[in-house]
Design a protein around this ligand. Structure first.
Ligand code: BT5
Length: 310
């Protein structure tokens, strides 16, 4: 915590702060301040030190450290606690462990890279450094049958954040966000539930930002904009959009979210082919129901509800 406080003090001042002042403010020794500053430097921060004048922040690293993500973050729930790792297996796996040990709602696990990024149905998610790979612990207190709504909600929030960054993001049911027909984001929602209530949901979101994507079907924000983006700023705007949508969902239910979803959707009104329980269903996507199911009208006029598929 002290390290975060030193950073904050240096940022607030925007100039030199003496070691003595820092020590007094934090209630630690000057030697302890010096030690923390060395750690900041090891983490990639630029800190100039001057014998008489003290310390001055000259550079922040391109890392999604908790102190960076939380600094200036305008949320009260999502990201209240942020846990950062340089690398992990999968942020969803880590977030699940934390949730099982009682992590608060809104806890965010964020990493630079994953060694076993998970897609749906056992598929892999490729996570090179430079993207936004994160999971959020949510406790919406909903029926397990409605958990799919969280995936749709997250797609809305991601689309908003991407549009804020300047690209025409659209949603493809159920969990993809596309730009110019290519996948820029994937969402993986996993839950832990009793029979009639979800105890927690782990909402995993992967957004391609400045990273490389070795796939024809994928794109990145950098490729679409023609320049790299500030990852911390993007993650903050994503968490803020997510909080706004999640609080709306908690207060007013799924209907307002569904309206946003329809607005951003690239699926409705289009011919679709969905693999559902081993069966290929072809038809026209008509709507999404308030539990997140896709409503497809078949050639013979029959209407099918599809809860989740491909
Ligand atoms: C998804 O699965 O789209 C969900 C991806 C969720 C990833 C996040 S990252 C943070 C959190 N922690 C995790 O371990 N996971 C979540 P699905 O709809 O099954 O799509 C997977 C398919 O997308 C793959 O089979 C590839 O074809 C493609 N793909 C893999 N990596 C990609 C990437 N970086 N960008 C675009 N497409 C990718």
């Amino acid at each position: 915590m002290t390290r975060e406080e030193i950073l904050q003090a240096l940022r607030e001042k925007g100039d030199y702060v003496s070691g003595e002042q820092l020590a007094a403010r934090l209630g630690v020794s000057r030697a302890a301040v010096w030690k923390q500053v060395q750690t900041l430097v090891r983490e990639g921060y630029g800190v100039e030190s001057h014998q008489r004048r003290g310390y001055r922040l000259t550079k922040t690293p391109d890392r999604l450290y908790a102190a960076e993500v939380r600094y200036g973050l305008q949320t009260r729930l999502i990201g209240r606690k942020v846990v950062h790792f340089r690398a992990t297996t999968s942020t969803n796996a880590v977030a699940r462990q934390l949730a099982e040990r009682g992590a608060d709602e809104g806890t965010v696990v964020i990493v630079e890279t994953q060694t076993r990024g998970k897609g749906r149905m056992g598929r892999r998610w490729v996570t090179k450094p430079g993207g936004a790979w994160l999971s959020v612990v949510l406790k919406p207190g909903i029926d397990p049958a409605h958990a799919a709504s969280i995936t749709l909600l997250a797609a809305v929030s991601v689309a908003k954040a991407l549009r804020g960054a300047g690209v025409e993001a659209v949603i493809k049911w159920p969990n993809d966000v596309l730009v110019n027909g290519k996948k820029i984001c994937g969402i993986l929602t996993e839950m832990s539930a009793e029979t009639d209530a979800v105890s927690f949901i782990v909402l995993g979101i992967g957004v391609n930002l400045n990273n490389e994507v070795p796939l024809e079907t994928a794109t990145t924000l950098k490729a679409e904009l023609g320049h790299g983006v500030d990852r911390v700023k993007f993650v903050q705007s994503l968490l803020e959009a997510l909080e706004e949508d999640y609080l709306t969902f908690k207060e007013q239910g799924f209907t307002p979210i569904l309206w946003s979803w329809r607005r951003y959707s690239d699926t409705l009104g289009r011919p679709v082919e969905v693999t559902y329980q081993g069966e290929a269903i072809r038809g026209v996507a008509q709507d999404v129901a308030d539990d997140g199911a896709l409503i497809v009208k078949l050639k013979d006029g029959a209407v099918r509800r599809i809860v989740s598929g491909d």
